[in-house]
Design a protein around this ligand. Structure first.
Ligand code: CA
Length: 228
């Protein structure tokens, strides 16, 4: 987790704000406090904020409006403080874009735990590449391959393997079939050559993302490309 994450605390009740600030400072978080919605928005514009704790009942614009305006520009984790059950209903039901909420009264320890959980979740999301829907991009013009948006240097045959298998994701291709479709002189090649190229291709993919198993082995049958 990011050390010394900076939390924007929006709470107009000084005693509650002080309690939260103390608990977060003790847990090594930096806290910037705002006592109104407008103040919160102006701080958010000027400073780099890692997480927002947002009271709903504020003297000027309410927490929902602050949330909406923050969400227009940022996906930073946002945790609502709610005092009433009808507020909870709105937070949950209207899908305000809040990541979490906590009901008053709450223990400072519970709040700190929630802050940590939300920061961790957010940072995990950030480390997941944003182009997840387009895991694998093949450019037939210049035979370039982009895996999670990153350019891969592939050989002619490696490109060919991906190109063939991408036509039918999840379909299993036998070595013979890949040889026939990718290699120009399949008769002069042997099955092993496919395995060798799959192996080098996997190593290249793994350099970009070690988690995703893009090419799946079906023992005794062949290979498939795991994109949906
Ligand atoms: Ca309040």
């Amino acid at each position: 987790m990011k050390i010394n994450a900076r939390v924007l605390l929006v709470e107009d009740e000084p005693s509650i704000a002080d309690n939260i600030k103390y608990a977060l400072n003790t847990a090594s978080f930096e806290v910037i406090a705002a006592a109104s919605g407008m103040q919160a928005l102006s701080i958010f514009k000027e400073q780099s904020i890692d997480l927002v704790i947002l009271d709903i009942g504020l003297p000027d614009i309410d927490g929902f409006e602050v949330c909406r305006q923050i969400r227009d520009v940022s996906q930073v984790p946002l945790l609502f403080l709610t005092a009433r059950s009808d507020e909870i209903d709105r937070v949950v039901g209207l899908e305000m874009g809040a990541d979490d909420y906590i009901c008053k009264p709450f223990s400072p320890r519970e709040l700190v735990a929630r802050v940590k959980t939300n920061l961790r979740r957010y940072q995990a999301q950030l480390s997941t590449p944003p182009t997840k829907n387009e895991k694998l991009l093949l450019n037939n013009e210049d035979r370039s391959v982009y895996f999670y948006g990153q350019l891969l240097k592939v050989t002619r045959y490696e490109f060919g393997i991906l190109q063939v298998m991408k036509q039918h994701p999840k379909r299993v291709y036998s070595r013979e079939e890949l040889l026939e479709k990718v290699w120009y002189e399949p008769d002069n090649s042997i099955d092993r050559v496919v395995d060798t190229h799959i192996k080098t291709l996997r190593a290249k993919l793994k350099e970009v993302d070690g988690q995703t198993e893009l090419i799946k082995t079906h023992r005794g049958i062949g290979y498939s490309l795991e994109i949906s």
